[in-house]
Design a protein around this ligand. Structure first.
Ligand SMILES: [Zn+2]
Ligand SMILES: [Zn+2]
Length: 347
């Protein structure tokens, strides 16, 4: 009797196992090519870009924010016990991208350092070159079409496709593919570089788009967005920045394309994790922040100029230098203190 029950169990178990193997992997699933997860950390570096990618023990840092973010970047790497980076990518020469890379180069040894140029006339870039050389390393200028692996993820260099005059368009554009999930990093590439990528017939489709140029209306054209067709987008941008980023036009394009938006100015560090089939997001704070509301949110604060006694919206293009700024929670408070509204931004 006992023997009978045992063999029945075995039959049932084998049937169950057969059923399980028949169910997975799903047809068309590419999970088999993926070993571990791909983590993409979009660091909150204020008005700048910095992203740390980790996959199967391999690591890549794309940009490092401003010079002032050097210690933040270094601390973030230390907190994640990263003393060696496989790749550092400086997308282009502007300080809000290259500045904090010195912090990374001071903390971690780097195998390959990518940049679109060897020289750029700024102290931030010269420091980046200095710390690269201090490691006995040189700068590699990647070419479109170059591919390399990051653990089980594949990285492809898409742009720049030409020698552009405008520094933003010199941005290295990378597509990272992990199973059926992909990320597109465009640096500050503007519509001219976007057009060239479309004309070149590149496969721009991506699950997650790091929105170009901090959400400026010079980037993320309708045509480009139609090619990328992202499910998610991340804007790396500083709260109350003087450029008015992200611009309403870009937010509206992303709304029209039904893209779920994350923003570092509202949510702090943003971490996207891919298992090769789908992406999940966690944020440092305010996970449910209204990142792309249809109605413009009321201004939460005002900036006064201590010298001219004018009060501005934080998005005004003529904000005073930082040392001459005073913050007010309400407009009334500013008016009571003798400040008069700026005629340009009309708070
Ligand atoms: Zn930038
Ligand atoms: Zn730039």
């Amino acid at each position: 009797m006992i023997k009978r029950i045992q063999s029945l169990y075995i039959v049932l178990l084998s049937a169950l196992l057969l059923a399980l193997t028949a169910c997975s992997p799903l047809p068309g699933s590419s999970a088999s090519s993926v070993e571990g997860a791909l983590e993409v950390h979009f660091l909150d570096v204020g008005q700048g870009d910095a992203a740390l990618l980790l996959c199967d023990g391999a690591s890549m840092l794309i940009d490092g924010g401003n010079v002032a973010d050097s210690s933040l970047v270094a601390a973030y790497l230390k907190a994640h016990e990263i003393s060696r980076l496989d790749y550092i990518v400086c997308t282009h020469g502007h300080e809000d991208h290259v500045g904090g890379l010195s912090g990374a180069l001071n903390t971690a040894t780097v195998d390959t350092v990518f940049s679109p140029v060897q020289n750029f006339d700024s102290k931030a870039f010269r420091d980046f070159v200095h710390y690269t050389k201090l490691q006995g390393n040189t700068i590699t200028i990647p070419a479109p079409g170059d591919r390399f692996s990051l653990g089980s993820a594949q990285v492809e260099v898409l742009a720049p496709l030409q020698d552009y005059e405008d520094t933003n368009n010199t941005s290295i554009v990378l597509k990272i593919t992990h199973g059926s999930v992909s990320f597109l990093f465009t640096g500050d590439a503007e519509s001219l570089s976007e057009e060239d990528m479309i004309e070149a017939g590149l496969d721009l489709n991506a699950t997650v788009l790091k929105v170009g140029h901090h959400g400026s209306n010079t980037s993320t054209s309708y045509r480009f967005l139609r090619e990328v067709l992202p499910e998610y987008a991340v804007i790396s941008v500083g709260e109350g920045n003087s450029y008015g980023h992200p611009h309403e036009e870009v937010l509206s394009r992303l709304r029209d394309a039904d893209v779920t938006l994350y923003r570092t100015d509202m949510q702090g560090h943003i971490i996207a994790i891919s298992n090769g089939e789908r992406v999940t997001f966690t944020t440092q704070r305010t996970a449910k922040a209204p990142t792309n509301p249809t109605e413009k949110a009321p201004t939460s604060y005002y900036i006064g100029n201590l010298r001219s006694l004018k009060v501005h919206l934080p998005t005004c293009t003529s904000l005073p230098a930082e040392q001459n700024q005073i913050r007010f929670d309400t407009l009334d408070e500013a008016l009571k203190d003798g400040y008069s509204p700026c005629s340009a931004c009309r708070p």
